[in-house]
Design a protein around this ligand. Sequence first.
Ligand code: ATP
Length: 137
Amino acid sequence: VEETLVLVKPDGVARNLTGEILRRIEAKGYSLVDIRLVQADRDLLTQHYAEHEGKPFFEPLLELMESGPTVAFRIAGNRVIEGFRMLAGTTDPTTAAPGTIRGDLGRDWGLKVQQNLVHGSDSPESAARELALWFTR
Ligand code: ATP
C-alpha cells in the first residue's frame, strides 16, 4: 500500500485546522501511520523545497514555513499520493474547487498563495524522499 507525506503548514496549524484536515483524510479511508509536530529550520526546508530554489516565491514560502510549527502526517492508502492531492485541491485556495481542503478552508481575503494550508507529495519518489526528511531527524 502506498504512503505519502502530508504537511499541515504553519498557516493551517495557526488557524487550528489540523484536526479538520486529518478528519477529511481519515473520512476518505486513509490511515494515519505516524504524526509529528516540527519546527522546521532552513536546512530542512531548503532540502524539502530544493526544486523551487531561485523561484520568486521561494523566500516568502520559506518565511511562512519558518513562522511556526508544521504538523507532518505519514498517511497510507490505495493511490493515496494522487488521492490526497485531489482532496487538497489546486495550489491557489482562491480558485480551488469547493469540496477540497483549500477550496473550503482557504480564505480569499488577505491571502498569499503560499498560505495554502497543506502540502502533499507529488510522486512515489518525492514521497520516499520527503518522508525520510520529516520523519528521521
Ligand atoms: P500543488 O502542486 O498542488 O500546488 P505543491 O505544494 O506541491 O502543491 P508546488 O508547485 O510544489 O505546490 O509549490 C510549493 C508551494 O509553493 C505551494 O504549495 C505554495 O505554497 C507555494 N507556491 C507555489 N507557487 C506559488 C506562487 N506563484 N506564489 C506564491 N507561492 C507559491
